[in-house]
Design a protein around this ligand. Structure first.
Ligand code: GAR
Length: 193
């Protein structure tokens, strides 16, 4: 079985969309793949409850328990590797990862970012797109490389920015698209792993 491990920090709506797509499209039968575990760096991440309800292993590796990034990433990698992952999926995982961690999962580490990369890497993407006067925004699924929010692009979705948009209304419009493109990107990648 190709095991998928999903990393979250918050609500986990992208994670839930992936889990639902795996159920709906029977990824076990179609690709010999399963969502094996959900790991959060925050114990209060809402997505952990959903994962447990689905019978998926849900674990916490709390970054605050570690002296630095290297130590946290080593503990995180150990937790991930216990599930023998074919694919590691960052889904609203709000930690910067060390080059060693990224290198360990090279080619099988994905991220979703709420902008049309290479525009607006980093935080506050929706506010920045509105402030720049962009007419369109969107989301990007990409392979993770050592450089933050870079790496080969697998999927993108575009949405309009409307005249009365706030960061919150735009974020909601983009998030609905994220839920479409992230499962699709994973389903396209699984046969190659
Ligand atoms: C999503 O919009 C995702 O693109 C973004 O966080 C949100 C998580 O929502 N990720 C980043 O900003 C990564 N830099 P979710 O927890 O409901 O999936």
């Amino acid at each position: 079985m190709k095991n998928i491990v999903i990393l979250i920090s918050g609500g986990g709506s992208n994670m839930a969309a992936i889990v639902r797509a795996a159920q709906r499209d029977d990824w076990a039968r179609a690709y010999g793949a399963q969502v094996r575990a959900v790991i959060s760096n925050r114990a209060d991440a809402g997505g952990l409850t959903f994962a447990r309800e689905q019978g998926i292993a849900a674990e916490v590796v709390d970054h605050k328990q570690f002296a630095g990034r290297e130590a946290f990433d080593e503990a995180l990698a150990a937790a991930i590797d216990r599930h023998q992952p074919a694919l590691v999926v960052l889904a609203g995982f709000m930690r910067i990862l060390t080059p060693a961690f990224v290198g360990r999962y090279q080619g099988r580490l994905l991220n979703i970012h709420p902008s049309l990369l290479p525009a607006f890497p980093g935080l506050h993407t929706h506010q920045r797109a509105i402030a720049a006067g962009c007419r369109f925004a969107g989301a990007t699924v990409h392979q993770v490389t050592a450089e933050l929010d870079h790496g080969p692009i697998l999927e993108q979705a575009v949405v309009p920015i409307l005249p009365d948009d706030t960061a919150a209304t735009l974020a909601a419009r983009v998030l609905a698209q994220e839920h479409q493109i992230y499962p699709r990107a994973i389903a396209r990648l699984l046969p190659t792993l």
